[in-house]
Design a protein around this ligand. Structure first.
Ligand code: ZN
Length: 293
């Protein structure tokens, strides 16, 4: 096979979540309503997604999800316009990773004020990417956006998947939007590269203590389903199990190998992403218990 064809094939496969391979192809972009709400929507572009909230005074949007898609931000703005003629007042960046926030410029051009955790702007200043403008307003611990009778609570619960991740909660609708920290029904993967393992456990416990019923993940869950508190507890247990499995082996000098290549966690082998994602998990816990970071 020609090399460029092989690369194209690889890119297509890499963009498709493991659980959906073999399923019929679906549209690149889709907008759906969060069940049980009348004003909260999920915008999906490929294997990334975010929420937007429509109120009678305007729209609060989150993550443009346009990485590698120069028109993705504009396409998201167009999708919102199909639902409402109200102006987009806010865009909230979930954290600084580009696969979620690239494309913010289209929202800024549409008049939105961009809000993010303060570390996002420190990161974006280094990148200086024209498609991803810095936030107009940043904060450290907590900020609640109130618009048209709807509140969106933004909380920084500490280091976890990144050093800038916000937990977004709609108290009235009991909907949570958390990106990358809490995969729904699957094993985390390459995102472990700059993960803070111990602090993540603390973050997840804080999230479990919050009042919510449905979790929208930043990548579609298995079968596109939304998460529950049980899913979040299961992720926490998985992280704790991986950590406890690596710890004694690390002290015996078995990191990075053979742990990364040979350790298995059979309890989780049915979870999508197990084969591909487990080595990244083990590498990260080897970093913690074998190196102290
Ligand atoms: Zn991320």
């Amino acid at each position: 096979m020609h090399r460029t064809v092989l690369i194209a094939l690889f890119c297509v496969l890499a963009a498709v979540p493991a659980w959906s391979q073999g399923q019929p192809a679906r549209p690149q972009i889709a907008t759906t309503k969060v069940p049980g709400t009348n004003n909260v929507y999920i915008f999906r572009n490929g294997n990334n997604q975010s929420i937007f909230v429509v109120t009678n005074e305007g729209v609060i949007a989150t993550d443009p999800v346009a990485y590698g898609r120069p028109q993705g931000g504009a396409a998201y703005v167009e999708e919102i316009k199909k639902v409402t003629d109200k102006p987009i007042k806010y865009l909230v960046y979930s954290h600084h990773h580009f696969d979620h926030i690239t494309g913010g410029k289209a929202f800024k051009d549409a008049g939105a004020k961009i809000v993010a955790h303060k570390r996002v702007n420190e990161r974006l200043a280094v990148q200086n990417d024209p498609a991803t403008p810095p936030a107009d307003e940043t904060f450290d611990k907590k900020r609640t956006i109130t618009l048209g009778g709807t509140a969106l609570e933004l909380t920084f619960v500490g280091l976890n998947h990144s050093d800038s991740t916000l937990v977004m909660r709609l108290p009235k609708e009991k909907v949570l939007f958390v990106v990358d920290l809490l995969p729904v029904g699957q094993i985390p993967g390459r995102g472990m590269i700059d993960f803070y393992p111990l602090e993540a456990e603390s973050s997840i416990k804080q999230i479990l203590a919050m009042d919510w019923e449905q979790l929208v993940p930043g990548h579609p869950g298995v079968g596109d389903r939304l998460g529950t508190k049980k899913d979040v507890q299961d992720q926490l247990t998985f992280l704790q199990d991986a950590s406890e499995a690596v710890k004694p082996l690390a002290r015996e000098g078995k990191c990075w190998e053979p742990v990364e290549k040979e350790l298995r966690l059979p309890k989780y082998e049915k979870w999508p992403g197990y084969e591909a994602g487990l080595p990244f998990m083990l590498r990260r816990y080897c970093g913690l218990w074998g190196r102290g970071t």
